[in-house]
Design a protein around this ligand. Sequence first.
Ligand code: SF4
Length: 143
Amino acid sequence: MNKSGYGIIGLALGICAVLTGTVALAVVSVLQGFIYLIVALVSGILITFVFCSKCPITDTCVHIIPGLLARAWPRRSGPYSRFDLVAVAILFAIIILPPQIALFTLPGTFGFFWICLSTAAILANRFLCPGCKNRFCPMKKGK
Ligand code: SF4
């Protein structure tokens, strides 16, 4: 499989995790589920502004959608500042943390959520990070 295949699978797994969190929260309260979905979507879009808009390879982004969104933002020049990296970490935390209690109480969903995210992270680490041309990325491996 080429890198785009792994990139698309990784993005799909991330979307599956968010939708699982949405369902778990919606079982508690439909409004909570809806708010989480919107907040996760906005956080994901903001990640493309903070992180992807500095990426030198948006034209060939293996995840496709982040690259498209990044090209719509004003171009920012690298490398990433400490503020960029802290902001991205906070945005990921905003996506990952809110549904945890609801996931824990809805059978099967907690494990599924973390299997999706872990698989996406392992695929990225194993197949996408090595040789990635985003020279500014702190997780970059190799040349
Ligand atoms: S390759 Fe670049 S544009 Fe695509 S997700 Fe990674 S940082 Fe964002």
